[in-house]
Design a protein around this ligand. Structure first.
Ligand code: LUZ
Ligand code: MOS
Length: 742
């Protein structure tokens, strides 16, 4: 069941939202008289009706729930209509008179920067001394790389419903990755304590970061509706509203300078990222911070200066999206390496391989790389590449075909696991064992299709030594898991799984202590639960899980436990921009082969082979699904998903699936082969597993560079452009000889 599938009581009100149709302006008139007089319309809510603070900002307080005086983007909520049916509510929205006088708008981050429109002061991460290093470089390449935004396109659109409870309490069912955040903001808007708001999340039909922050306003509007009318309220966006109004992946425009020695060793890296933040800060500063953490991708570079500039524009506030700023960073350094390889006349693989991080190498932010996975995954991919004579195959194909050319690229990925904001790296679990031996597990993790509930159930079953069928994972609810971090940063299974491991461990030790006592043993006895049977001193006993649970209950010993987990050893000093922000890194390498149709400017991905470090995977099938999905989403980002806006009004043109193309089964690689790297990182995630949600997204970037490789095979004189997505239009223009590289 998804949120919109629940049939609620008869008394339900449906909400629809009036948003600004203008990207920047001053509200001259807001008249709700006609709308409110429509039969079946219960209320029209504007900023004036908010009892608390009209503020949904989190990191920076710069976003009202409902606009007052000014509007800053198309889709900024202005009023909420509550009516008997969703149709009536939407009809009444169009009866509201809203007059706005337009102000000049900015949609380009560089233009925003020039006008001083910043969301936060720029930040720079540095190591060594770039200025001193340039003199020692035998090749210096400079350039610009741009990457576009990306629509999340979760299957389930944003939505929530709110139900009034006793004593002014509200129960909110929200399609959010961050139930606590929804609770906190609802309490702020309504001016009530957080304990009056209960947030419950069953599951989401996808999120990809789009519901880390941006599920909140809709849930809060529903809560506000309950608060003002005393009736249940449901608010679900339709696809067009969702695509037009909500923020997306941040487009970036970046300037780079890369310095190399004659042997291909990278000596210096200087980069400036102009991030298109949109009209409010949302998570932009955190995303930009992660960009800075990943400015060198998988490479060791002794001299680095990376600057991030968070620019305010008049687009909907851009937000978290799988990878959270890291894909944007990696696209820039891979572009620089591609450019350097052309100038130096060596292959990009040679430069990449030469500079891959080794155990003990330092990142610009002071943390050392503690693994060997980057080089090992590269080596393994290289073996596979040699084994089937990939290079020869491609060279033969290209020399015997004129209309079709093949291209190849290697894409190493190294992604840091943990919220970059250290304090967010905590989770909790509440576990109940019932007297019949069945188990209920609650955590702060939100299931959004990524399989976290499956992994959590596996952790509980494994820790307790019982069958998976005994475990039920409950909804995510703020009354059972309080003060939770959003399920984000790929940490859901790691942190919540660890909390479950601790809670189940607590219950198990009580059970086993009782088993020892029951069997007449002493404290020196060792006991364990294996296959639902108590083993004492290594010997199976006749005592079964169900019996032991019941005996322990009769002895009046608790069968419940709440546990908290905080990722150990994390610290970061923002004044020096140094520390150890990540618990560990996830690494891997992809090799991508594509075939380009040089007449049509189209291409197909022949194969992507990936060697990925998943640690000791808890569920290899779930991880495989995450890797395949992320890969395809990454390919979509760099090759086809293109956000287009009208230049006069800033209105989104690619606002439906007719105009916004995402990868489908026909554009998926013909072959995807995934191999897990044999790897042991003690205390990485739960039971030595590793986070998997975001890292594989960046394998998709390899497709962009495989296309550039095929273009080079067509004509080495063509200047490559570094501007994702490589749409068919761009590709065709680049292939056109008379056009000097667009
Ligand atoms: N969300 C967040 C994230 O708040 N902080 C992070 O560091 C992060 N990283 C990846 C994805 N979401
Ligand atoms: Mo995320 S981009 O881990 O919500």
């Amino acid at each position: 069941m998804f949120l919109d599938d629940f049939s609620l009581q008869d008394n339900l009100l449906h909400a629809a939202v009036l948003v600004s149709p203008v990207s920047h302006g001053v509200i001259k008139e807001l008249n709700i008289d006609e709308a409110i007089s429509i039969q079946g319309v219960e209320a029209v809510i504007t900023a004036e009706d908010i009892p608390g603070e009209n503020q949904i900002g989190n990191i920076i307080m710069d976003e009202p729930l409902l606009a007052e005086n000014k509007v800053h983007f198309i889709g900024e909520p202005v009023a909420v209509v509550l009516a008997d049916t969703p149709e009536k509510a939407r009809m009444a929205v169009s009866a509201i008179r809203l007059e706005i006088s337009r102000l000049p708008s900015v949609t380009d981050p560089r233009e925003a920067f020039e006008k001083g429109l910043l969301i936060a002061p720029p930040r720079t991460f540095s190591m060594g001394d770039v200025n001193e290093a340039w003199d020692r470089c035998s090749c210096i390449v400079e350039g610009r790389a741009d990457s576009g935004g990306q629509e999340h396109l979760y299957l389930e659109t944003q939505g929530a419903f709110a139900v009034p409870m006793e004593n002014g309490c509200i129960r909110l069912t929200s399609g959010t990755q961050g139930p606590t955040f929804v609770q906190k903001i609802a309490a702020r808007i309504l001016n009530v304590p957080m304990h009056k708001i209960e947030v419950d999340v069953g599951r989401l039909g996808g999120a990809f970061g789009g519901k880390e922050d941006q599920a909140t306003p809709w849930a809060v509007m529903a809560a506000l509706g309950v608060h003002l009318t005393g009736r249940a309220v449901k608010l679900v966006l339709n696809r067009n509203e969702d695509m037009t109004w909500t923020g997306k992946r941040h487009p970036y425009s970046s300037d780079f300078r890369l310095g190399l020695g004659s042997d291909g060793a990278i000596l210096a890296w200087e980069v400036t990222y102009y991030q298109n933040g949109g009209a409010a800060s949302d998570l932009s500063t955190a995303i930009l911070e992660r960009t800075l953490f990943h400015s060198t991708n998988s490479y060791f570079i002794p001299n680095v200066s990376a600057t991030g500039i968070c620019c305010r524009t008049n687009l909907p506030p851009n937000t978290a999206f799988r990878g959270f700023g890291a894909p944007q960073a990696m696209f820039v350094i891979e572009s620089a390496i591609c450019k350097a390889s052309r100038i130096m006349g060596i292959s990009p693989m040679e430069i990449q391989e030469k500079n891959l991080m080794k155990k003990g190498d330092s990142f610009p932010f002071g943390m050392t790389f503690e693994g060997t996975e980057i080089r090992r995954s590269w080596k393994r991919i290289y073996e596979l590449y040699h084994k089937d004579n990939t290079r020869e195959r491609i060279m033969n194909f290209n020399s015997s075909n004129n209309l079709f050319k093949k291209g190849i690229s290697f894409m190493p990925v190294c992604f840091g696991i943990s919220f970059t904001n250290t304090s967010m790296n905590q989770a909790s679990a509440l576990v109940h064992v019932y007297t019949d031996g069945s188990v209920g597990v609650s955590t702060g993790a939100v299931e959004m299709g990524q399989g976290v509930n499956t992994k959590i159930a596996q952790v509980a079953a494994r820790t307790l030594g019982i069958s998976l069928s005994r475990i039920k994972v409950e909804t995510t609810n703020t009354t059972r898991a309080a003060n939770t971090s959003p399920t984000a940063a790929s940490t859901g299974a790691d942190m919540n799984g660890n909390a479950v491991r601790i809670a189940c461990g607590n219950i198990l030790s009580r059970l086993l202590a009782h088993a020892v006592k029951h069997s007449g043993g002493t404290e020196e006895y060792s006991a364990e639960m294996k296959d639902e049977t108590v083993h004492i001193n290594g010997e199976a006993t006749k005592l079964h899980w169900e019996q032991l649970v019941n005996l322990t209950y009769l002895a009046r010993i608790s069968l419940s436990s709440q546990a908290h987990y905080a990722t150990p050893e994390l610290h970061f000093d923002k004044t020096r921009e140094k520390g150890r922000p990540f618990a560990y890194h996830v690494a891997g390498t992809a090799v991508t082969e594509i075939t380009l149709d040089r007449l049509r400017g189209t291409f197909s991905v022949d194969s992507v082979r990936i060697v990925h470090d998943a640690g000791e995977s808890i569920n290899p099938q779930v991880d495989m699904g995450q890797i395949e999905g992320a890969l395809l989403q990454g390919i979509g980002w760099v090759t086809m998903e293109e956000l287009k806006y009208r230049s006069d009004t800033d209105a989104l043109l690619s606002d439906s699936l007719a105009t916004y193309k995402i990868p489908d089964i026909y554009s998926a690689p013909d072959k995807v082969e995934i191999e897990f790297l044999e790897c042991f990182t003690p205390n990485a995630g739960v039971y030595n597993s590793k986070a998997v949600g975001e890292p594989p997204f960046m394998y998709g970037i390899g497709t962009y560079f495989a296309i550039l490789d095929a273009i080079r095979a067509c004509d080495p004189e063509i200047t490559p452009i570094f501007a994702a997505p490589m749409s068919n239009e761009k590709l065709l223009l680049m292939l056109d000889h008379r056009n000097d590289g667009c």
